[in-house]
Design a protein around this ligand. Structure first.
Ligand SMILES: Cc1cc2nc3c(=O)[nH]c(=O)nc-3n(C[C@H](O)[C@H](O)[C@H](O)COP(=O)(O)O)c2cc1C
Length: 177
């Protein structure tokens, strides 16, 4: 898809077509694209837990997703994202500046942008869910304690056409010097 079109037409989708299936190969292509995102000293702290099997999806849906998000996930594969703590933004275990592990979150956010745009390019849509049950997901997916669990991304085929949500004008968010 043409780059500007991709940027402008991506939406958070909250209703997916449950008759269609997202494949592991499609998820692999998305992760593959996300690998090209920049990161602090090329640390690459992003990690993904791809929940594809119907059994594991049901388990995650049961306890890993908060009630306000639960209706949004039928028909999706879920990607649980983490970043490895104490690496990005750190030198030999010492934080390089006051941001500390915020740099790990920063790097993960960059790779997320690549990931969700690649999904769109593949004809898929996504919903980033920051509202999730981290303790449940950590246990269910055996996520180690040195990884910070961030969002869950639902990936599927859209079954709605969401309107563009309002955006602040560029001049409101930039100061030129
Ligand atoms: C870090 C983050 C967390 C989010 N968490 C949720 C969520 O838990 N549930 C939800 O429905 N949308 C969630 N969203 C989606 C945002 O509401 C959405 O991106 C925003 O309203 C802009 O709409 P758009 O993505 O369609 O452009 C989240 C987005 C981000 C980036």
């Amino acid at each position: 898809m043409e780059f500007n079109k991709l940027l402008i037409e991506r939406r958070s989708v909250r209703k997916f077509d449950a008759s269609k299936t997202v494949t592991e190969d499609q998820i692999r292509e998305m992760i593959d694209a996300a690998r090209f995102a920049p990161s602090w000293k090329n640390d690459q702290p992003a990690r993904y837990y791809a929940v594809c099997s119907p059994e594991k999806l049901a388990e995650i849906a049961e306890g890993g997703i908060t009630p306000n998000n639960i209706h949004k996930i039928p028909g999706t594969v879920m990607l649980v994202q983490t970043f490895v703590k104490g690496t990005s933004g750190f030198n030999n275990g010492v934080a390089d500046n006051r941001c500390g592990d915020l740099w790990g979150a920063y790097d993960l956010g960059l790779s997320t942008a690549y990931l969700i745009l690649k999904a769109k390019d593949l004809g898929l849509d996504t919903l980033i869910m920051g509202m999730r049950n981290g303790d449940f997901l950590r246990e269910a997916l055996q996520i180690p304690e040195n990884e910070e669990l961030m969002a869950v991304i639902a990936v599927g085929y859209k079954d709605e056409e969401p309107a563009l949500r309002p955006r602040k004008p560029a001049d409101e968010i930039v100061k030129f010097f």
